[in-house]
Design a protein around this ligand. Structure first.
Ligand SMILES: *[C@@H]1O[C@H](CO)[C@@H](O)[C@H](O)[C@H]1NC(C)=O
Ligand SMILES: *[C@@H]1O[C@H](CO)[C@@H](O)[C@H](O)[C@H]1NC(C)=O
Ligand SMILES: *[C@@H]1O[C@H](CO)[C@@H](O)[C@H](O)[C@H]1NC(C)=O
Ligand SMILES: *[C@@H]1O[C@H](CO)[C@@H](O)[C@H](O)[C@H]1NC(C)=O
Ligand SMILES: *[C@@H]1O[C@H](CO)[C@@H](O)[C@H](O)[C@H]1NC(C)=O
Ligand SMILES: *[C@@H]1O[C@H](CO)[C@@H](O)[C@H](O)[C@H]1NC(C)=O
Ligand SMILES: *[C@@H]1O[C@H](CO)[C@@H](O)[C@H](O)[C@H]1NC(C)=O
Ligand SMILES: *[C@@H]1O[C@H](CO)[C@@H](O)[C@H](O)[C@H]1NC(C)=O
Ligand SMILES: *[C@@H]1O[C@H](CO)[C@@H](O)[C@H](O)[C@H]1NC(C)=O
Ligand SMILES: *[C@@H]1O[C@H](CO)[C@@H](O)[C@H](O)[C@H]1NC(C)=O
Ligand SMILES: *[C@@H]1O[C@H](CO)[C@@H](O)[C@H](O)[C@H]1NC(C)=O
Ligand SMILES: *[C@@H]1O[C@H](CO)[C@@H](O)[C@H](O)[C@H]1NC(C)=O
Length: 401
């Protein structure tokens, strides 16, 4: 009996403590007409400021939704967000244990490597008759890569008529990643007739370790196409589109699962706006999210070079793929960050009158078409969360070399 009431008092004391000790977290970001699906662990009565205080006082509360009248739902998750009339949702500032912090910056001066330590492997095999990928030394000596005005230039041969493939660049990071927040700040992406640029993440033993295409498309499209390719047993419900701002693309064979970002996120329109930011959040055990931001609509924490950017404050993403029992996190491993500029093929040729043969003719004989076929990169930054294993550096290329 004595033991039992002692336990009761101890529990009561702990309960009272957590009730009245204020959390250091602030009510950070307010969304109008949005709510979060799931994670409601407590319902209370009150106005918006009561909700904020209650969330701060309640252990495990990371966000809340309010009905605009007198009910608030305290939540233990911040995702997924979706549009919902008359709901106000507030995201708490993250605990230090859940905040991203800067791990790597690839930018002018160190992008390709420093002190003899390379950051990328340059693929040299190319696509038969279409591209002739060059190695790093050739890319440098022939001006296909350069540091200029604090930016990183990566391009193609745009001056010579060629008889086989057009000299171009495909770079695969020697870091192989297993999670992280990747921010690509781009001043210009490759554009022009017959081009097919991509910024993507690929794993070994394709497709069993996954592929995430954050930025991809061919000339003639006016939107970016975000795609995933995986091994078996990864399904994504169509109705998840509630949680993102893009639209499902028609899937054909070998297309995996693709989402169209809004118009203006690709090539000429994107470049005309002065570029923007592509972000991939790969929260290993929870979800993959992708955002395309076009200048000047870049989140403040990115614009301000925050070392702790918070994707939870960036609004509904262009793509959201939960990693759960329908598609386990084990579908994505050891991904190499890849930049390439390809040409033609059946996809790009769809937008060239005369099809593939005409496309290859332009490719070989009309170098002037390629004056816009270059990346101009302000930086790629990689952020990690405490305790997450971001990735591993290998001195040599491990796959698809
Ligand atoms: C969040 O709360 C719900 C409802 O109580 C619960 O089922 C879930 O396990 C909780 N999740 C976490 C991460 O605590
Ligand atoms: C919210 O509710 C609290 C507690 O009832 C009250 O003190 C406060 O004045 C209310 N605030 C607003 C803005 O209505
Ligand atoms: C929220 O939705 C209501 C009703 O649908 C609308 O009147 C209001 O303008 C919306 N507010 C915002 C900030 O979008
Ligand atoms: C939102 O709130 C307004 C004002 O209270 C109300 O007129 C409207 O019916 C509400 N809309 C929904 C969808 O609940
Ligand atoms: C490449 O070009 C050569 C010479 O024009 C041609 O014989 C060959 O069939 C082409 N290969 C492919 C895969 O198109
Ligand atoms: C190209 O090579 C030169 C000489 O080794 C070097 O100084 C320069 O940094 C290289 N440029 C790039 C973009 O790697
Ligand atoms: C692309 O090249 C083909 C063949 O020269 C030409 O017909 C077409 O007009 C070009 N398209 C653009 C947008 O320049
Ligand atoms: C996919 O799921 C089926 C049924 O559960 C199982 O038999 C198969 O081994 C799984 N395949 C992979 C690659 O995990
Ligand atoms: C999506 O559809 C599945 C199957 O009908 C259902 O179980 C799930 O709750 C739906 N999700 C949403 C967000 O509507
Ligand atoms: C962010 O950093 C870049 C250089 O990487 C610099 O050009 C820019 O001015 C910085 N922005 C702010 C707001 O400090
Ligand atoms: C969706 O994207 C469009 C176009 O980029 C933008 O205007 C809109 O605000 C976005 N909506 C949300 C909810 O983020
Ligand atoms: C970056 O991530 C790697 C791999 O997780 C880790 O070993 C390293 O300590 C991190 N560096 C910084 C500066 O956070």
């Amino acid at each position: 009996m004595v033991g039992q009431s002692g336990l009761f008092l101890l529990v009561l004391a702990l309960y009272s403590n957590t009730q009245w000790v204020y959390s250091a977290q602030t009510c950070l970001k307010t969304y109008q007409n949005m709510t979060i699906d799931g994670g409601i662990f407590k319902t209370i009565s009150g106005n918006l400021s009561t909700c904020c205080t209650s969330c701060q006082q309640t252990s495990g509360c990371v966000a809340y939704s309010w009905d605009g009248v007198n009910t608030c739902w305290l939540q233990n998750q911040t995702q997924p967000l979706y549009m919902h009339s008359n709901r106000t949702t507030v995201i708490m500032s993250p605990l230090p244990s859940a905040a991203y912090s800067l791990n790597q910056t690839y930018s002018a001066g160190n992008f390709f490597g420093t002190n003899g330590k390379n950051n990328f492997h340059f693929i040299t095999w190319g696509l038969t008759n279409v591209t002739k990928n060059v190695n790093q030394a050739t890319a440098n000596s022939s001006g296909l890569i350069a540091y200029q005005n604090g930016q990183v230039y990566i391009g193609v041969d745009h001056t010579n008529v060629v008889t086989t493939g057009r000299p171009t660049t495909q770079l695969q990071s020697l870091w192989l990643y297993n999670s992280g927040l990747f921010i690509l700040n781009l001043a210009h992406m490759p554009s022009g007739n017959t081009t097919w640029p991509s910024w993507w993440f690929q794993g070994p033993n394709w497709p069993n370790n996954g592929e995430i295409d954050v930025l991809e498309g061919v000339y003639g499209m006016n939107y970016n196409l975000i795609s995933l390719h995986t091994g078996n047993n990864c399904t994504v419900q169509q109705n998840y589109s509630t949680y993102f701002n893009g639209t499902w693309a028609n899937s054909g064979s070998n297309k995996g699962c693709s989402i169209k970002a809004p118009k203006g996120t690709f090539q000429d329109a994107f470049n005309a706006a002065g570029g923007g930011v592509f972000a991939l959040q790969w929260d290993r055990n929870n979800y993959i999210r992708v955002w395309n931001f076009i200048n000047p609509n870049i989140p403040d924490d990115i614009k301000n070079n925050s070392t702790n950017p918070n994707p939870d404050t960036w609004g509904i993403p262009n793509a959201y793929i939960p990693l759960d029992s329908n598609c386990s996190p084990s579908h994505f491993n050891n991904l190499s960050m890849t930049f390439d500029i390809a040409f033609c093929g059946s996809w790009a040729a769809q937008y060239v009158s005369g099809g593939e043969a005409a496309c290859e003719n332009v490719l070989k004989n009309d170098p002037s078409q390629f004056s816009e076929a270059y990346w101009l990169i302000n930086y790629v930054k990689v952020f990690g969360k405490p305790g997450d294993s971001l990735g591993t550096y290998y001195p040599t290329c491990q796959f698809a070399c």
